[in-house]
Design a protein around this ligand. Structure first.
Ligand code: PLP
Length: 406
């Protein structure tokens, strides 16, 4: 028998992506501390300055002086790595302080750090399902890949709930045996459409039908609520959500993920979650940077206000220019293209002709036919940058022949 050519097999799968126009090409970017959203782009042995319009460093905290110096100090004091798993020598004082601060931010007993928001969701959801024999997870159909991975790994029964559809959620809850444990898993700000879940109504239903709630606030922590604890804080329902999950890699500008909740629940995940237990702890400098960021962001109401103002201004300007901006209730600004190849062509032209970097968003991140440019204005994007973006997009829409707003 001929031996299988494994490289060819994998190569063919990647070629299929290329044919569909959704092969991922990474822009080679060098961020410049102190100059965000400006960055250098390395391309064909040349260096060009670009403006980044698609970063999830939503507030520019990745370059905040307090964050940089906290990280430098921690490296100078503790060195580079944590040196072990959390259980075996890897828990440093920075991890302990950060977890206490995160618990306080969400007004919960405890918080637990993970290598990333992805790992937090995957580990926590699978562990929680494992800890509740016979449990059913009710999962919003638009939930992030990391939640889906956690739910799959947990192996419990799951029901997919139509997106933000309270009537559907209630029907599913009502159909279940009242004695079965249930977890309602959803997000606050959905990262691609920028819409927001009615968290209070979710809690109401969960309470009525005896379910616990698991809320991913990855795209909301730092950005919403009086202390930047997220949409649940803004809506005054943080105490009604059982587990809040977040990231330190987006609005906080560093890296890492976490959950916050009642002590026994967090302690259970700490004690039973393989993705927490069997991996090296975050470097102390990451924890120190995230801690410094959290302390700045908690009090930075004006930064949050400016962030919202920039998003509203950008949406208005795109609309005035006839560009097909999706109306959103959050800081996320999707510009609809509707085709993978056209989306990539638009992104390429923005980068190559205008020095503007917006990564194309294609399937499977969004459904086919809804390919888009996802713009993320920050408080550091000025009026002049918005003017340049609108001019560049107008050129791109004309030259490629993309659809304008109806
Ligand atoms: N949850 C949601 C909704 C996300 O969009 C992301 C994206 O990255 C994650 C979780 C994972 O967070 P992290 O980037 O910290 O791994």
């Amino acid at each position: 028998m001929d031996s299988m050519n494994y490289s060819d097999k994998f190569g063919q799968a990647v070629d299929a992506l290329k044919l569909e126009g959704r092969y991922r090409v990474f822009a080679n970017i060098e961020r410049r501390a102190g100059r965000f959203p400006a960055a250098y782009r390395h391309h064909q042995n040349e260096l060009a300055e670009v403006t980044v319009w698609c970063s999830n460093d939503y507030l520019g905290m990745g370059q905040h002086p307090a964050v940089i110096s906290a990280m430098q100090d921690a490296i100078a004091t503790c060195g580079a790595g944590a040196g072990g798993t959390r259980n075996i020598s890897g828990t440093t004082h920075y991890h302990v302080m950060l977890e206490a601060e995160l618990a306080d931010l969400h007004r919960k007993d405890s918080a637990l750090l993970f290598s990333s928001g992805y790992v937090a969701n995957e580990t926590a959801l699978s562990a929680l399902a494992n800890g509740l024999p016979g449990c059913v997870i009710l999962s919003d159909e638009m939930n992030h890949a990391s939640m889906i991975a956690g739910i799959r790994a947990g192996g419990s029964e799951k029901r997919i709930v139509r997106h933000n559809d309270l009537a559907h959620l209630e029907a599913e809850l009502a159909a279940l045996d009242p004695g079965r444990p249930k977890i309602v898993a959803f997000e606050s700000v959905y990262s691609m459409d920028g819409d927001v879940a009615p968290i209070a109504a979710y809690c109401e239903l969960a309470e009525r039908y005896g379910a616990m709630t698991y809320l991913d606030e990855v795209h909301a922590v730092g950005l919403y609520g009086p202390r930047g604890a997220g949409v649940a804080e803004r809506d005054g329902v943080m105490d009604r959500v059982t587990v809040i999950q977040g990231t330190l890699g987006k609005a906080f500008g560093v890296m890492g993920g976490y959950i916050a909740g009642a002590e026994p629940i967090v302690d259970y995940v700490r004690s039973f979650g393989p993705g927490f237990i069997f991996t090296t702890a975050l470097p102390p400098a990451i924890s120190a940077g995230a801690l410094a960021s959290l302390r700045v962001v908690r009090d930075a109401t004006e930064l949050r206000d400016r962030h919202q103002e920039r998003a509203a201004t950008l949406k208005r300007r795109l609309g005035e220019a006839g560009l097909p901006v999706m109306a959103t209730e959050s800081h996320i600004v999707p510009l609809m293209v509707g085709d993978a190849r056209a989306c990539k062509a638009a992104s390429d032209r923005l980068l190559d002709h205008h020095g503007i970097y917006v990564q194309p968003i294609n399937y499977p991140t969004v459904p086919k036919g809804t390919e888009r440019l996802r713009l993320t204005p920050s408080p550091l994007h000025g009026d002049a940058e918005i003017d340049r973006l609108i001019d560049a997009l107008t050129d791109v829409w004309r030259s490629i022949g993309l659809k304008w707003a109806a």
